[in-house]
Design a protein around this ligand. Structure first.
Ligand code: SIN
Length: 295
């Protein structure tokens, strides 16, 4: 159940009066007030949330009470839910990944990425629910890949628009998997089940039609049309460009907060600064489409 790729400019959706949407920055992020995600949403409220997601890219719903079932109910309104290759699932709920770290399981999401860009059809959205937050640290940052594209000069945009980049599962997870007891087996399986994929470097968002920069330092391994030194230099420059605070929002979690993001137009970074303390999140990702070339 993916969104239409033909709708370029979504019609404006008016939020019901009971809902408040307060942007956190000009580029990305908004708090949504007056919505209880633990109860069924009416059509108008759902449409307002979807429109806000397309406009603000990351939505924060503070102090929510979700069971695994209501978490699933909410996420599944946006499309088919996925099962992650690496994270363990909540017992009895394969769609709910448990992202759990402590002294024996150090953080592994502390690098910029969009979820599963190594798949042919990366996720369209994620819904993350904070279950245990350490006393200090453990914030998550997101960046707008629209803002990153918009800030590039015209000649550079032109050059990048015909290029393609490889996204590689093992570049990110290879060393983590190798350290697991069944590592060799999982690596062998990854070579067959999740080989590198190629996506356009500049992508057109399937709903808004806006152009965005689609490379991330976690999964993107090379630009296929360039030599290795050229590819390393251009990717290095783009990865540095993506780090501008002007494109970002930083969220300090409290237990029971929910963040939902448009994974197609954002990247995120979960800080690992709380190590060796305990942090636990429940995440559901919703399936998306193959990224579209910008021209
Ligand atoms: C992730 O989805 O990569 C993790 C985000 C987080 O744990 O804050």
């Amino acid at each position: 159940m993916n969104e239409s790729v033909t709708a370029i400019k979504p019609a404006p959706v008016l939020a019901p009066e009971s809902i408040g949407i307060t942007p956190r920055t000009c580029a990305i992020g908004a708090d949504v007030f007056g919505v209880d995600l633990g109860t069924p949403l009416d059509k108008t409220t759902f449409a307002a949330i979807k429109a806000a997601l397309h406009e603000h890219l990351v939505l924060f719903f503070l102090d929510q009470t979700l069971s695994p079932e209501t978490h699933i109910d909410f996420a599944s309104k946006f499309g088919d839910m996925e099962i992650h290759e690496v994270f363990t699932s909540l017992a009895g709920y394969p769609e709910v990944s448990v992202l759990e770290h402590d002294a024996d399981r150090p953080p592994i999401s502390d690098s910029w990425h969009s979820d599963v860009s190594y798949r042919t059809d990366p996720s369209m959205a994620s819904v993350l629910y904070a279950r245990h937050i350490p006393p200090n640290g453990g914030d998550t940052l997101w960046l707008s890949a629209y803002a990153a594209f918009d800030a590039l000069s015209e000649p550079l945009r032109d050059f990048l628009q015909d290029l393609h980049a490889e996204h590689d599962f093992l570049q990110a997870y290879g060393s983590y998997l190798r350290a697991q007891p069944d590592g060799p087996e999982r690596i062998a399986r990854a070579h067959i089940e999740t080989p590198p994929v190629v996506h356009p470097l500049i992508v057109k968002h399937p709903v808004t039609g806006r152009k965005l920069l689609y490379v991330n330092p976690t999964f993107t391994s090379r630009i296929v049309e360039l030599s290795k030194p050229e590819s390393d230099a251009i990717l290095g420059m783009l990865f540095k460009h993506l780090l501008s605070p002007d494109f970002q929002v930083r969220f300090k979690w409290r237990e029971d907060d929910v963040a939902m993001w448009d994974n197609r137009a954002t990247q995120h970074y979960a800080t690992g600064d709380y190590y060796p303390e305990y942090r636990r999140m429940h995440r559901i990702t919703v399936g998306g489409d193959q990224p579209l070339p910008a021209r």
